[in-house]
Design a protein around this ligand. Sequence first.
Ligand SMILES: Cc1ncc(COP(=O)(O)O)c(C=O)c1O
Length: 483
Amino acid sequence: MAKVGFYKDENVVPLEMHKVRIVQKLTLPPLEQRLASIQGAGYNTFLLQNADVFLDMLTDSGVNAMSDQQQAAMMVADDSYAGSSTFTRLAAKLRDIFGMQHFLPAHQGRACEHILAKVFVAPGSVVPMNYHFTTTKAHITVQGGTVEELVVAEGLAVTSAEPFKGNMDCERLAGCIQRYTPGKIAFVRVEAGTNLIGGQPFSLQNLRDVREVCDRFGCMLVMDASLLADNLHFVKTREEACRDMSIRNITRAMADCCDILYFSARKLGCARGGGICIRSEAHYRAMRGLVPLFEGFLTYGGMSVREMEAMTVGLEETMDADVISQGPQFIGFMVDELVKRGVPVITPAGGLGCHIDAMRFVDHIPQTQYPAGALAAALYIAGGIRGMERGTLSEQRAADGSEPLASMELVRLALPRRVFTLSQVLFAVDRLEWLYKHRRLIGGLEWSEEPEILRFFYGRLTPKGGWSEKLAQQFRKDFGDCL
Ligand SMILES: Cc1ncc(COP(=O)(O)O)c(C=O)c1O
């Protein structure tokens, strides 16, 4: 990372090592329009129209800013159906970075999960992992498997000084494999930059320890590398033994621990697509047939060749410490500003975004009334800011219809890489501070329409007791005729 000094300590801010040359106009709709929009969206931020959103912090998926080099590469894509040189370039880049011989393309991360689950998960199989992601768990359970979450205890502590809250508890992993017997373990999965618990990383040492357990029991190790870029930054900056390693060397050391590595290129590589890197010929052959069946021919896998070219460049740019540090540094800044103002957030800052702890923010709302969902809706009303609920709403009901309560109730404010400015971050901090002051005005939500699968994407809810109007009245009182 470039070490740039500031003359005065109080001026120290994360400094962008890029300049912005394409911009998109934004508008902040007036409060009354925001209220109508969230009502129209069934209090589900996924259902808002982007035209009604000021700062879209829903996700980093497919919305990171591309570099000039990525855009330039898109112009020279080879769009032949089979044997495209665009694919050859991408596969060679992946081989160069991760050192795995084989690559299967897929249209995005969940498509990789679909293929992995179909091939390796059977009824009764178990997939131990540090923590689940929504689509991963859904694919495993659809195949009749179950997920065992073995993140270290600190991983679920909302505030902590532990630098690697995404670490797997290796003792519990060994115990889990013994309990179910190695034959029942489809594979062990590690998720870089654990999405649902605040974008928290695991250390290289932990990954090596997980590998050792897998070797002891003959289990396959699969890494979900979708959020690898943030994890690499944290290994470099927080793991003493890795301080002098290049990002490229850390990446290779991590990949060397794994048998298979898959990713959503909507995140890793700042493009749109995905793929599976595979070490062994046997595993490659076991999965290969599903690509033409579900995705597309083996040399595009459902992706646009232009996106594949952008991905090849984006993956190389991920090896640059300056490039991958921008996101985590902005997130760290936002977290620090919120902590200063007493707003409850996950600490230490992780990757992907800033995570507001709804359990403490709106501690008067029971989990069965979706505090994080309610807070996400309230933040949209307060500032036109679109965040994402990552709590009980994002869970699936059990087969008997009961509702598992999430271990954490978070509102994730994603900071897609190189997209927002520091003043926009400070605007979000300011509206959150106001909302925190008036948090008792926020109430719970209840379902008006609850889909069976991945309900958080398109389910609709209503506010209990009409709290949203009262919040809007308070806004008008405090902000006058301002937007
Ligand atoms: C860790 C992780 N795995 C898998 C996925 C699924 O990827 P996609 O959205 O490209 O299907 C995501 C997406 O957010 C993710 O964060």
